[in-house]
Design a protein around this ligand. Structure first.
Ligand code: NAD
Ligand code: AHE
Ligand code: ZN
Length: 375
């Protein structure tokens, strides 16, 4: 079949809207009509060319929601007409990791996903060959939600209720689940804890929302863009630190002072390795835990004095908020529909596919929280 898609032809070039070819689902795969997709900073990171797994041409996008239109042989868990959220972290429920219950990082299809292909090693997307290419267009994070239709493995879709609006729940496909899940699943923030959140964008604001949900006491937000402050306060931030105002070298001390000795939990949602160090070092001596959410460019490394760890601070990371997608994502959709979490206010811009590059511009200019493309 043909599908309309925003194609990333090369690093650091604007996406272009094309009509391309899409092969139908093979065994164990499903065809999904994507109804809406968010634009996450990770899409921008890969488009920048600094993702060591970035491949071009590709169809980016990993924060979608849509409807199953066709299923391949052997598919049993979903059927045409089901509403689903694509999962860049699948849940096969059979691999060592899934069975361990110790991590959400299902290994069933991770290798091929990183290579931009389906589990059989081929892509379902193609176009007329251009510029010496063979016409293959790569998948991205197993999702490619910047295409109106996409093919995913059955284990990489979460079936969700049908009364939930696609243009809002698509955000649960990454940002909402990552932020709230980092608090609940990874950090296990306790009621009364003091929390510091670095980066008040589409992920950080969901960390704040999660921290408030679990009853955190002080929630300190740190961002170089003061325009993020009002939204963060609406979502539960109690104190704001702007590194440009206090001085970058005074950020850690400012948080230690605000939290009476250091944060019980801190989160990096910037992707900046220098900020990651600040996030660790602002944690309370003896027990403070810092959770890295942000994705840093290829070649970047984190650093700190080992003494920071010797004296009890803990450095951790989280992918997709530690969520097991097929199990947890439908519950988060329920939370939204029951009014337990706020998604609507974080979606600051709704765009057409033709406007997708504007969505990236708004992110880079710090003018949006989440832009959502509706097909
Ligand atoms: P975003 O662009 O919406 O937000 C980033 C925020 O960080 C902005 O408000 C920006 O002003 C702020 N910031 C930038 N530099 C800063 C600094 N030096 N100090 C303080 N604040 C600073 O991006 P997002 O969509 O929220 O994504 C945030 C990060 O999380 C990205 O690196 C993204 O790739 C990553 N991410 C990781 C996961 C995961 O599973 N681990 C999931 C989603 C996103
Ligand atoms: N390809 C990147 C890795 C990027 C990365 O860390 N991705 C996160 C999700 S970001 C969503 O916005 C993730 O889930 N990682 C776990 C995994 O298995 O990829 C690189 O740097 O090579
Ligand atoms: Zn994302």
């Amino acid at each position: 079949m043909k599908t309309r898609a925003a194609v990333a032809w090369a690093a650091a070039k604007p996406l272009t809207i094309e009509t391309i070819d899409l092969d139908g689902p093979k065994a164990g795969e499903v065809l999904v009509e994507v109804m809406a997709t968010g634009i996450c900073h990770t899409d921008a990171y890969t488009l920048s060319g600094l993702d060591s797994e970035g491949k071009f041409p590709a169809i980016l996008g990993h924060e979608g929601a849509g409807i199953v239109r066709e299923v391949g042989a052997g598919v049993t868990s979903v059927k045409p007409g089901d509403h689903v959220i694509p999962l860049y972290t699948p849940e096969c429920r059979q691999c060592k990791t899934c069975l361990s219950r110790r991590s959400n990082l299902c290994t069933a299809i991770r290798a091929t996903q990183g290579q931009g292909v389906m589990p059989d090693g081929t892509s379902r997307f193609s176009c007329e060959p251009v510029g010496g290419g063979n016409g293959t267009v790569f998948h991205y994070m197993g999702c490619s939600t910047f295409s109106n239709f996409t093919v995913l493995p059955e284990i990489a879709v979460a079936k969700v209720r049908e009364d939930a609006p696609f243009d809002k729940i698509c955000y649960i496909g990454c940002g909402v689940t990552t932020g709230i899940g980092a608090v609940i699943n990874t950090a296990k923030v306790w009621p009364g804890a003091n929390v510091a959140v670095f980066g008040l964008g589409g992920i950080g604001l969901n960390v704040i929302q999660g921290a408030r949900m679990v009853g955190a006491d002080k929630i300190v937000g740190i961002d170089v863009n003061p325009s993020k402050r009002a939204m963060a306060e609406k979502f539960g931030m109690t104190h704001f630190v702007n590194p440009k105002e206090v001085g970058n070298d005074k950020v850690v001390q400012a948080i230690v002072d605000l939290t009476g000795g250091g944060a019980d939990f801190s989160f990096d949602a910037t992707g900046n390795v220098d900020v990651m160090r600040q996030a660790l070092e602002c944690c309370h001596r003896g027990w403070g835990e810092s959770i890295i959410i942000g994705v840093a460019e290829a070649g970047r490394e984190v650093a700190t004095r080992p003494f920071q760890l010797v004296t009890g601070r803990v450095w951790k990371g989280t992918a997709f908020g530690g969520a097991r997608g097929r199990t947890d994502v439908p519950k988060i959709v329920d939370w939204y529909m029951e009014g337990k979490i706020n998604i609507d206010d974080l979606i600051t811009h709704t765009l057409k596919l033709e406007e997708i590059n504007h969505g990236f511009d708004l992110m880079h200019e710090g003018k949006s929280i989440r832009s959502v493309v509706v097909y």
